[in-house]
Design a protein around this ligand. Structure first.
Ligand SMILES: [Cu+2]
Length: 137
């Protein structure tokens, strides 16, 4: 006959009373520890999408915009050089967010790019087959 002696040994659970409540003698108004922890947030100085230059240059030659696609920062300056011997315009389609008006032969004008990012197709109103796209980003 075997007696299965179970592990009747109760572990002496040492309940450590670590926190001595009631003995807090904080008088208040003392020197409060500085709790203004400023997390190290990386300071983003440049916009995540403002990779375009502040200025862009557009040349008109042989009844074509060169380059046909250019990029500029919002509100940036676009310089247009008309190297043709006839008058052209740089006119955004739609609600015409920009329009240089007539640019005489050999003339150079500038216009301000829209402040809103986007893709702005433009044409020459005199020769509407002349097409280009200004990307504001
Ligand atoms: Cu033209």
């Amino acid at each position: 006959m075997r007696r299965t002696a179970g592990p009747a040994v109760a572990l002496a659970a040492v309940a450590l009373c670590t926190v001595g409540l009631g003995s807090c003698t904080n008088s208040g108004g003392g020197t409060a520890p500085s709790r203004s922890r400023t997390p190290s947030v990386p300071t983003v100085t440049a916009g995540p999408t403002s990779a375009a230059p502040a200025t862009a240059r557009l040349t008109i030659k042989d009844f074509a915009f060169k380059p046909a696609a250019l990029s500029v920062r919002p509100g940036g300056t676009v310089t247009v050089v008309n190297e043709d011997s006839t008058t052209h315009t740089v006119t955004a389609t739609g609600s015409k967010p920009f329009d240089t008006g007539s640019i005489g032969p050999g003339k150079t004008v500038t216009f301000k790019a829209p402040g809103k990012a986007g893709s702005y197709p433009f044409i020459c109103t005199i020769h509407p087959y002349m097409k280009g796209t200004l990307t504001v980003r």
